[in-house]
Design a protein around this ligand. Structure first.
Ligand code: FCB
Length: 466
């Protein structure tokens, strides 16, 4: 893998279907900084990151990559890469500080300038409306645990579209509702840091309801505009580690939490039957007609893939009786001794992306076109003599793109791939310690440095068929 050269770039490029879209992805709280500028309100991640003990090294997104001030330079980097498109997210509290009411002009101006710069550079914007930075004021009113937040989200979506919809024609409602609900309200690993199974399941439902309400409202408000809409889910190919009945059952339970809890309501208009057995909570948050809304047809499905689940049975946590932690499923997905692991400790398995895409295709007839909206890996990227050599990242992206190409040959309709991420950034609970970028960021000086993978991705993009 360390010997990847031009011929490999060309080979991989030629495997991609004609017209295959290549881009990069980021998210607002991870890159923008400027948390007190332009009247921006507080988000749950401001609160969480300023709570001692929540984030590695006590890091916060206060400054991050200072993208709010350096967006021109960052768009220039993308232009140099030659990407077709840029997936970014909008910070809800920059547009509605309290999560309701009229839009803030400074926030609109910022995103409007960004969109204009992208279009001038020939880069198509793909805007995510919610990548986890919920206005704190809405959290104080119950956050995603309450139904009202879904309604507020739909209002916000329409407001944003009213102002940017003349130039942005592709929208992703939510990024990874699994993380917002399960990690945010279930395990407490992410903001707002709640640990309660019933809250997590209510949050998951209200997120998907908000997605559907937003999608319906945006479509109604822009009929005939040709805009397209999707949602991004983080999914795992799930398999039992052995053929034992225990492992197989553990894998089935894991599949419910990691995939079906989200894919079934969105793609099939129902909840997996096993959910009620696994989590015997009060499901009164589910109202008649909700599942028609959550399953409003998508124009595309965004899929984020990082690693697979190979599940084995472990006993339930005896210290956690009664209503268990949401992720206490009598299952675990161990890292295996033969695994190559990233700096995140995540096993590398490009074939897992192919299996996941095939699983989606086979499980959901009529699956909409898929965009891989995130994929990438953290490496220990340290500049040496002004360069960052990251052959592991190059090998990872190369292998995953080949896996996508293979899935396409096998009949899955995948239209594009967005590398996570354009540049190193605030990696949530891990802070700045984990680096995922094609561009290295020196957080003391904000200097951007192209890693070797940057040149590799640029060459790959240039080598594609028309
Ligand atoms: C995903 C998130 C993204 C980034 C990557 C590494 O779960 O959507 O913001 O942190 O993981």
């Amino acid at each position: 893998m360390s010997m990847l050269g031009t011929s490999t770039v060309e080979e991989t490029a030629l495997l991609l279907p004609a017209g295959f879209e290549l881009g990069v992805a980021t998210a607002s709280y991870q890159i923008e900084g400027a948390v007190d500028e332009g009247g921006r309100g507080r988000s749950i991640w401001d609160t969480f990151s300023h709570t001692p003990g929540r984030i590695a090294n006590g890091d916060t997104g206060d400054v991050a990559c200072d993208h709010y001030h350096r967006h021109r330079e960052d768009v220039a980097l993308m232009s140099e890469l030659g990407v077709d498109s840029y997936r970014f997210s909008l910070a809800w509290p920059r547009l509605q500080p309290e999560g309701r009411g009229p839009a803030l002009q400074a926030g609109l101006d910022f995103y409007s300038r960004l969109v204009d710069e992208l279009l001038e550079a020939g880069i198509t914007p793909l805007a995510t409306l919610y990548h986890w930075d919920l206005p704190q004021a809405l959290e104080d009113a119950g956050g995603w645990r309450v139904r009202d937040t879904a309604e507020r989200f739909a209002d916000y979506a329409v407001l944003v579209q009213q102002h940017l919809g003349d130039r942005v024609s592709r929208w992703i409602t939510l990024n990874e509702p699994y993380c917002s609900s399960v990690l945010g309200y279930g395990t407490g690993r992410h903001a707002p840091g709640v640990r309660d199974t019933g809250s997590a399941l209510a949050a998951a439902h209200h997120l998907l309801l908000g997605h559907g309400l937003a999608l319906e409202a945006m479509r109604a408000a822009s009929s005939g505009s040709g805009a397209s809409y999707g949602i991004t889910l983080n999914l795992e190919p799930v398999s039992p580690l052995t053929d034992s009945a225990d492992d197989r059952e553990a894998a089935e339970r894991s599949l419910v939490l990691s995939n079906l809890l989200f894919t079934d309501p969105v793609l099939r208009g129902r909840y997996p039957a096993a959910a009620r057995e696994i989590w015997p909570v009060d499901y009164s948050f589910l109202h008649d007609g909700d599942l028609e809304i959550t399953s409003t047809p998508l124009d595309f499905l965004g899929v984020n893939y990082y690693f697979p689940a190979r599940v084995r049975y472990v006993p339930y946590d005896e210290a956690d009786p009664g209503l268990r932690r949401i992720d206490d499923l009598g299952a675990e997905s161990p890292v295996l001794s033969e695994d190559e692991v990233t700096e995140m400790g995540w096993p590398v398995d490009a074939g897992g992306l192919r299996r996941l895409l095939r699983w989606l295709h086979e499980t959901y007839p009529g699956l909409p076109p898929v965009l891989v909206t995130e994929n990438g890996r953290a490496c220990a990227d340290t500049p040496v003599d002004g360069t960052v050599d990251d052959p592991e990242r190059i090998g990872y992206v190369d292998a995953h793109l080949r896996a996508v190409a293979q899935a396409v040959r096998e009949g899955v309709d995948v239209r594009g791939y967005f590398h996570w991420s354009l540049m190193d950034n605030f990696e949530w609970a891990e802070g700045y310690a984990k680096r995922f970028g094609l561009v290295h960021v020196d957080y003391d000086t904000q200097a951007r440095l192209r890693k070797r993978s940057f040149g590799w991705y640029r060459d790959l993009i240039a080598a594609r068929r028309d």
